[in-house]
Design a protein around this ligand. Structure first.
Ligand SMILES: Nc1nc2c(c(=O)[nH]1)N[C@@H](CN(C=O)c1ccc(C(=O)N[C@@H](CCC(=O)O)C(=O)O)cc1)CN2
Ligand code: GAR
Length: 193
């Protein structure tokens, strides 16, 4: 497994914890889109190899696809990754890239909908409920097949920070288990994991 992230990496950390002593699944690589991303320190604490993306190489070449294939990466997990995954990577890992979105898609998704922007929009709309969506990644932002959703309440007094805290709790509780289930339920994609 390779985890792609752009920020603090709390989801990546929960995933590395979950699979640290797993008999058949391991986190081999953490890939960051920013050289100062907190996820890199978290990976180092787990002894996981890290890689910092070059934007031009990522979008204009096949080099990173080959890097993943050379490391025998079977599944790519996006955990707060803020760049659009280009078609070459989507095609090379068809059905094997998962993303977590901090809202109940199809609402509150698409370009510009990440991190606090999502929670601010949910609260501004007066929603009474929000949650998380774990989905397959295709070439369009937040458009792939939904694998799992979980909900939380949105109280009238909630700030975006309050909502972010509830969302992170849901993410940390469910993401790693959804990944494990997806691998185990798709032996054709992942062999006898
Ligand atoms: N091909 C795909 N790539 C990505 C997907 C996807 O579904 N298909 N999901 C996103 C994750 N995401 C929401 O879950 C998301 C992340 C970022 C953005 C966004 O608007 N990004 C900005 C750039 C931000 C930055 O560089 O700091 C932008 O594109 O202008 C929307 C949704 C990951 N990739
Ligand atoms: N649309 C993508 C998006 O907004 N992703 C969100 O970024 C955060 C990353 O937190 P983390 O770096 O602590 O795991 C998570 O809440 C994740 O859902």
């Amino acid at each position: 497994m390779a985890i792609f992230a752009s920020g603090a990496g709390s989801n990546a950390e929960k995933i590395m914890e979950h699979f640290e002593n797993h008999p058949s699944v391991c986190v081999k690589l953490v890939v960051a889109s920013k050289k100062n991303a907190g996820v890199l320190d978290r990976a180092a604490r787990f002894g996981v190899e890290t890689m910092i993306l070059n934007k031009t190489i990522f979008f204009d070449t096949n080099i990173y696809v080959k890097e993943l294939q050379n490391r025998h990466i079977d599944i790519v997990i996006l955990a707060g990754f803020l760049w659009k995954v280009p078609a070459n990577l989507v095609v090379a890992f068809q059905g094997r890239i998962l993303n977590i979105h901090p809202a109940l898609l199809p609402g509150y998704g698409g370009k510009g909908m990440y991190g606090h922007f999502v929670h601010e929009a949910v609260i501004a709309a007066g929603e009474k409920e929000s949650g998380i969506t774990i989905h397959l990644v295709d070439e369009v932002y937040d458009h792939g097949k939904h694998l799992y959703q979980a909900t939380c309440s949105v109280e009238p007094t909630d700030s975006p920070d309050d909502l972010a805290k509830k969302i992170h709790e849901l993410e940390h509780r469910h993401f790693a288990a959804v990944i494990e289930n997806y691998i185990q339920e798709n032996p054709v994609l992942f062999g006898a994991a």
